[in-house]
Design a protein around this ligand. Structure first.
Ligand SMILES: [Zn+2]
Length: 308
């Protein structure tokens, strides 16, 4: 039997790929809701052969492409979103940065904060640098760059409140919290980290008029992105399960507040199977093959950062 897994998706570009992939996986796994997963995991009877589908952020392709296919098959899933972004119709910071000229934005960011670091920032990727910063600093960079370049307001690319309410009322999709502003929680002070977590849960509950029992950490790498402090805030807020982006199958050793997920976005069935089977080692192989990765760069930057 296959080890049980949680899958993580973001945007769906190709509906046929999503449909084919789920069809194939449904022969090997039983798709369960977060509530059923919670009972299985909490019962410490991590039975083999179950799969829970999760989506992060709430890109509109969830509503247009993934949701119809999930409904067609009756496959449950959890969608993690920020109530703040949906209510205000604002894109997440990493979505806003996407349309920027990467080289120019990189240069701008480095010019703004080189004096805060003991290493030469130009050698590090712009995402590595941004993910070493509190969200207020990231947002200042984005606004500063937009002003200098006179960039127009970007189009909102996530689901709206009506779509969210329709999904929440479907009985098939559970809505989970994903902070207010998608910060790297580990970069925030105690009060900001607490606010980002607890307010996202309470605002989401008021919006969908249902209990919110599940949470996904932004970026989601244990230690680099969150730790015991965040897990405690979640426990205080009544969250039952929280998901990381550590790539692995479900194993009893994992905390209920840092369950691993295997990210999938493309590829043949063979590729998807290999990614699931070698989940943990897949990342190790990638790290071996690439001289530097974002995680490695972030570790160096965090060690060489002066107080912001
Ligand atoms: Zn996210």
């Amino acid at each position: 039997m296959n080890k049980s897994i949680v899958l993580m998706f973001h945007e769906i570009h190709d509906e046929k790929w999503f449909d084919d992939t789920l069809n194939h996986l449904s022969r090997k796994y039983r798709f369960v809701s977060a509530t059923d997963l919670n009972e299985v995991v909490l019962g410490t009877r991590i039975s083999n052969g179950i799969c829970h589908i999760t989506f992060d952020d709430g890109h509109v392709s969830f509503y247009n492409k993934a949701y119809p296919i999930l409904k067609k098959h009756g496959f449950p899933a959890t969608l993690f979103i920020s109530p703040e972004k949906i209510i205000r119709r604002e894109n997440y910071w990493f979505q806003r940065v996407r349309s920027f000229s990467k080289a120019e934005f990189h240069h701008y960011v480095c010019s703004q904060i080189q004096d805060k670091f003991d290493v030469e920032l130009g050698k590090y990727g712009v995402y590595s640098i941004l993910k070493s910063m509190p969200i207020s600093v990231i947002n200042n960079f984005i606004e500063g760059f937009r002003n200098i370049k006179n960039l127009p307001e970007e189009e909102f690319i996530n689901i709206d409140v009506d779509q969210l309410l329709e999904i929440a009322d479907s009985g098939l999709i559970e809505i989970g919290a994903h902070t207010m502003n998608h910060p790297i929680l580990a970069n925030e002070d105690d009060s900001t980290a607490r606010f980002e977590i607890t307010k996202s849960i309470s605002d989401l509950q008021s919006l969908i008029k249902r209990d919110v029992r599940y949470f996904a950490y932004p970026n989601g790498q244990p230690v680099l992105d969150f730790g015991a402090r965040e897990e405690n805030f979640l426990k205080e807020s009544g969250i039952r399960l929280a998901f990381s982006t550590s790539s692995d199958q479900l194993k009893p050793a994992y905390s209920l507040f840092a369950l691993p997920r295997i990210g999938i976005s493309k590829g043949s069935i063979g590729y998807v199977n290999r990614k699931i089977r070698f989940a943990k080692h897949w990342i190790g192989l990638r790290n071996l093959m690439h001289r530097t990765t974002e995680d490695k760069e972030r570790k160096i930057l965090s060690q060489n950062r002066r107080n912001l």
